[in-house]
Design a protein around this ligand. Structure first.
Ligand code: NAG
Length: 521
């Protein structure tokens, strides 16, 4: 009996041991909105017993025993509450592209210069999987290469333009939204021209400002790193934060896995004064947030006034996330006095620098979400079935806003068109019973999956470790472009056609020319 018990214990501990993986996560970009999404996934992996090491700017405060942090030195400015809310323009797209890629270069330098990271690479512990954020730099792929571990890519948004080719996805502007630009899956000719131009431009900027300098930075520390683009093709799986119910049915290879909304936690009951504010809202609550990256106080005065006028006019209570709530500072002092008093009307408007977004969106009294259409907040809105008024500012937000509109989750308005009439019309539209019903249906379809998105993300990460000797890359990523576009085949056809035409001319046309010649004679 004892022997049986002993062997049972040994067996179960063996199973536990063998299914516990050693996982390294490398998140060298300092954007908080990025890491808070990845964090949920990393903590879930730890909760399931895997041993997690995370390189990032955001160490975990109450980390479980099997979660280890390597905190990067904050040389680069955190992106929280720094960016202005301004009109989307070509210039803002160019600025964003330069900012992201310059950061990609700096992030790599900080990552490689870190002593603890260097020690880790030197010691070369065996990792079963390395999680690498797929965003503005491929630097971390070099480290994963040194550790000889399979890589799983993680991304918090739709693909960046420079990512399509490495997964063998052919980017086609005629039916795919473009990260950075407005327009949905039925673009106008003008929008398609924009997409083609910006696609070439942004991929070039990425190569010149991020990827090539990353390659050089890696070469300063190691002498055997293959081209980063080749390493990118070795990524086993990419976990992508989108879902076809929102972004439409895309052509994705088997190793690109949609895990949209995998970070969304269950809503907890509200507490304190915000709970009172929400529960006493007879008509319901509308939640406004432009995310953690944008500074609300940078909004132009007349636009801020337009939003406040809408708040005053509608019967709902409003919750608004602000970076800065000191009301004695400009531009608040310049606001019309009736609107300024609204800012202190505790029965109408609740302003705070920090708000439990998920718990607010999950509350039954929340009627709508006025948002900048970041992918995090957008998935939270669809998760809880809250209609969205989307006002994109930059990055993937214009493309997300198009998906929000096309899926029926909400409507969009642009920063340049933000005025009282437009905002009022947009909010009224998403609150119509028919619209809300459609959002409820969408919410049901979003949740209706064979496995939850978090389980899916964990499953494919473990799968990558279990089957690391295989590659799951689409062959489309390996085919040379001339074959991908059948240029050689077309050449063969054209040559045959040419030969046939020439042969015809020689065979059938000669008698005619001869007869003409004869006539002449
Ligand atoms: C990969 O192949 C090597 C050599 O055959 C083997 O030792 C290793 O266990 C394999 N790894 C996995 C995860 O199957």
């Amino acid at each position: 009996m004892r022997h049986i018990l002993k062997s049972v214990i040994l067996f179960t501990s063996l199973i536990c041991y063998s299914s516990s993986l050693k996982i390294l996560g490398i998140f060298p970009f300092q954007g908080k909105s990025h890491f808070i999404i990845a964090r949920v996934f990393l903590l879930e992996l730890a909760r399931r017993g895997h041993d997690i090491t995370v390189i990032s700017y955001y160490p975990e405060k109450n980390a479980p025993q099997n979660y280890h942090d390597i905190e990067l030195e904050k040389k680069t400015v955190p992106t929280e509450d720094t960016l202005p809310i301004k009109n989307l323009s070509y210039w803002s797209v160019i600025q964003t592209s330069l900012y992201l890629t310059t950061m990609g270069k700096e992030n790599c330098e900080v990552l490689l210069a870190d002593k603890r990271v260097q020690n880790l690479i030197k010691q070369k512990p065996k990792f079963d999987v390395v999680l690498v954020e797929q965003f503005n730099s491929d630097c971390a792929l070099g480290l994963a290469y040194k550790l000889e571990a399979p890589v799983v890519g993680v991304t918090n948004h739709i693909l960046m333009p420079w990512h399509y080719r490495r997964y063998g996805i052919s980017y086609n502007p005629s039916y795919m939204t473009f990260h950075f630009l407005e327009g949905g899956t039925k673009p106008t000719l003008y929008q398609r021209i924009e997409r083609v131009i910006f696609d070439v431009y942004i991929r070039m900027v990425y190569y010149l400002i991020s990827q090539r300098p990353n390659q050089n930075s890696l070469a300063e520390y190691f002498d055997d790193i293959p081209p980063l683009e080749n390493l990118a093709r070795e990524i086993k799986f990419l976990l992508i934060s989108q879902h076809f119910t929102l972004t439409g049915s895309c052509l994705l290879p088997a190793n690109v896995i949609e895990v949209g909304g995998y970070h969304v936690a269950n809503a907890k009951p509200l507490s304190g004064d915000i709970k009172k504010f929400v529960e006493e809202a007879d008509a319901g609550v509308i939640y406004i947030s432009f995310g953690s990256t944008f500074k609300v106080s940078t909004m132009e005065k007349h636009k801020m006034e337009a939003v406040l006028e809408v708040i005053a006019e509608l019967p709902y209570r409003f919750i608004w996330r602000w970076d800065d709530v000191t009301k004695d500072k400009s531009p608040y002092t310049e606001l019309r006095s009736d609107l300024r008093s609204l800012l202190t009307n505790k029965k109408k408007l609740y302003i705070s620098t920090w708000l439990p977004q998920v718990d607010i969106l999950g509350h039954p009294k929340t009627m709508a979400f006025f948002s900048h259409a970041g992918m995090g907040g957008t998935s939270e809105a669809i998760h809880f079935g809250v209609p969205v008024v989307a006002m994109p500012i930059l990055g993937d937000q214009p493309a997300n806003a198009a998906s929000i509109e096309e899926s029926g989750l909400g409507v969009q308005i642009s920063v340049s068109n933000l005025n009282k009439e437009n905002l009022l019309a947009a909010i009224k539209k998403v609150l119509e019973p028919g619209f809300r019903e459609r959002v409820k249906q969408l919410n049901r379809a979003w949740h209706d999956r064979p496995m939850s998105s978090l389980d899916t993300a964990v499953y494919w990460t473990e799968y990558a470790a279990r089957n690391s000797n295989f590659t799951f890359r689409s062959l489309a990523a390996d085919v040379p472009l001339y074959q991908f576009y059948h240029i050689d085949v077309a050449f063969v056809f054209i040559s045959i056609f040419g030969i046939v035409i020439t042969a015809c001319k020689l065979l059938f046309c000669r008698p005619k020319t001869q007869s003409i010649k004869k006539k002449r004679n």
